[in-house]
Design a protein. Structure first.
Lengths: 314, 304
């Protein structure tokens, strides 16, 4: 499969970072949720600043029926908006490979229920800041990890996408089985996102502080221990220890802060601040459901789930 | 008899103003808020709302002015207990001092400065309207008893209860006031922390999805009370449901939510944090109260 045409579904921060970088050398179409953003992108192009710096032309539409054919679809919506975005693609784009990039678990199954595409699972550690409909600042230029999903795509197809992303100036790595990495990120996110959403703290050094009995790092550690017990019961050997990921990210954040950047605001905190629905069901909800399936008690994650749910409706 | 109220905010003012209506008592109030002190000295301390009262109170912001005093009532926010007692302890060399503050752990701090200590828990609530004038929102009972490790004699507990009751603040002198204190602590810890984290009112906290969590948080508190041999005087769960009624306090924002909204330091250390600390001393695990404490402290960190 030669990938010449890419469609990016979803034009938030992550979708825009993929679309912008890939559009410098490939035909890229973007499916937006809002008509207004599609028009702005078509008129002004897409500007990426920060770790990269360029403006590039992209095709954009808010109407799935207008999408041209593509070889690779990158599904970069919020988990909460995936169903709505993928449903209109059903029955079309035979032969395309779809890559899910959603937080949590369950995106691949959802996409599969709408079409027989080859599926790649992916998680990304990139982050950015949205400065409007046509401008995204590339903040953390960290990797995207991908792998074939449940025998629907091959390892070689995944490697081909890795090469494409790397060629576009992004960082990527292919895994034969992404589950260990997906679960590492799931446990990391279920912890860091919910703690941030409830405390209103960006991901700062307090998340790794354990000097005193009631320091926040103790809660972070306990939540991650619960998550690790679920992974073990599900037979997943984690790719990375989520606590180490946390400590590492906090240190990197401190370095960035020393350079005058703002601390990273996890997406669930952004959602709560903006009064939007969060991805709690796909992240903590997924972890709690897996825990129930394997009879592992997760009282702290259940508490976080209830608190974030209540916070959403306040 | 001379009684001094230490910390003359909303709750302290309810005690001081009511006590200030009795002719046989001399009531003093210590508070650092100078405008409030001046207004009380000029016009008396006024309550309105659940009761209309003007009490004669000698107020001061200078702790050195406090004369030797028979009884003290401490009504500061819990994080100011130590500082306030360090400044005023000289007045209670032969006196007994009673906490009517939120949570648990205040009596221990008072006992670092004063020998005769009375444990207390109070239900009445109010809010400051302006200097010298406090709104009396809720009437209710107060329960007091000797603080076991450093007790005041029972006669003094009874004298204080008698004075408060005659003044219109019904107060019960008990040999063991822990059951009343822990009932209110367990109730408050669940309501306050969950409300503060979610931005919801007491009545909403009592509904899904946080109802189950509130009950689990209260169960931990009850286990810690049990381990200390405390018999609760009422069920905190029943109190929780009663307060959640539309005709009682469904829409009430617990004080910790008000603190969080105003970016003020909370009393978390004396509520959920106290349940964790007492649990630790008695070998009882309290993971949910610990998690809530860590989250609220994280929140305070966010605006520091």
């Amino acid at each position: 499969m030669a990938i010449e045409r890419v469609c990016v579904v979803g034009s938030g921060v992550i979708g825009s970072l993929y679309a912008g970088h890939l559009a410098r050398s490939l035909e890229v179409s973007v499916l937006t949720r809002r008509e207004e953003q599609a028009r702005a992108l078509a008129d002004e192009g897409l500007r990426i600043s920060g770790k990269s710096d360029f403006t590039v032309r992209v095709d954009a539409t808010a109407n799935a029926a207008d999408l041209p054919d593509f070889d690779l679809g990158i599904l970069a919506t919020k988990a909460t908006q995936l169903e709505e975005a993928v449903a209109p693609l059903g029955g079309r784009f035979d032969g395309a490979t779809m890559m899910t990039i959603q937080n949590g678990l369950g995106a691949e199954e959802l996409v599969r229920s709408h079409g027989g595409w080859s599926l790649l699972s992916a998680v990304t550690f990139m982050s950015g800041v949205r400065h409007g409909d046509t401008h995204v600042e590339y903040e953390l230029d960290t990797e995207t990890w991908l792998g074939p999903f449940a025998g629907t795509a091959t390892y070689e197809q995944a490697q081909e996408v890795e090469a494409l992303l790397v060629g576009a100036g992004l960082h990527a790595r292919t895994f034969p089985d992404l589950r260990p990495a997906q679960w590492s990120k799931l446990i990391f996110n279920a912890t860091v996102n919910t703690v941030a959403a409830l405390t209103d703290l960006p991901h700062v050094s307090a998340f790794a502080a354990q000097a005193h009995e009631t320091d926040l790092g103790n809660l972070v550690h306990d939540l991650m221990d619960e998550g690790k017990a679920v992974a073990a019961a599900a037979g997943v050997e984690l790719h990375e220890d989520p606590w180490e990921m946390n400590v590492h990210a906090v240190r990197r954040g401190e370095t960035l802060a020393a350079e005058g950047h703002y601390a990273h605001v996890p997406s669930m905190l952004e959602d709560v601040r903006a009064g939007r629905a969060t991805e709690i069901d796909f992240i903590t909800g997924a972890l709690v459901r897996e825990a129930a399936k394997h009879d592992v008690p997760v009282p702290l994650h259940e508490a976080m789930y209830r608190l974030v749910r209540a916070r959403e409706s306040a | 008899m001379r009684i001094a109220v230490i910390g003359c905010g909303a709750v302290g003012s309810l005690f001081a103003a009511n006590l200030g209506t009795l002719d046989d008592l001399e009531i003093w109030a210590y508070d650092p808020w100078q405008e409030h002190v001046d207004a009380i000295n000029a016009n008396g301390l006024r309550l309105s709302g659940a009761g209309e009262v003007v009490g004669r109170v000698r107020a001061t912001s200078d702790p050195a002015e406090l004369p030797p005093t028979d009884l003290g009532i401490v009504a500061t926010k819990s994080m100011h207990t130590s500082g306030a007692l360090a400044a005023t302890a000289h007045a209670f060399a032969d006196g007994a001092v009673c906490s009517v503050q939120n949570g648990a752990g205040n009596e221990e701090l008072i006992a670092e400065h004063v020998r005769q200590v009375i444990r207390g828990t109070t239900f009445p609530a109010g809010h400051v309207i302006e200097p010298g004038h406090v709104g009396w929102d809720t009437k209710g009972d107060t329960h007091i008893g000797p603080f076991e490790p450093s007790p005041a004699p029972m006669e003094k507990v009874e004298a204080l209860a008698d004075a408060c009751t005659r003044a219109g603040m019904p107060t019960h002198a008990l040999a063991d006031a822990r059951g009343a204190q822990w009932r209110k602590l367990i109730f408050n810890a669940a309501s306050n922390a969950i409300a503060a984290l979610t931005g919801r009112t007491h009545g909403q906290v009592a509904e899904p999805p946080t109802r189950e969590l509130a009950w689990a948080v209260m169960a931990e508190g009850k286990a810690v009370a049990d381990a200390q041999g405390i018999t609760l005087d009422m069920s905190p769960e029943e109190l929780f449901d009663h307060a959640a009624r539309k005709d009682v306090a469904y829409g009430h924002k617990p004080s910790m939510l008000q603190d969080v909204e105003a970016h003020r330091a909370t009393e978390i250390d004396f509520l959920n944090g106290a349940i964790v600390a007492f649990g630790g001393r008695h070998g009882v695990e309290t993971p949910l109260n610990r998690a809530l404490t860590e989250l609220i402290e994280g929140m305070e960190e966010a605006w520091r």
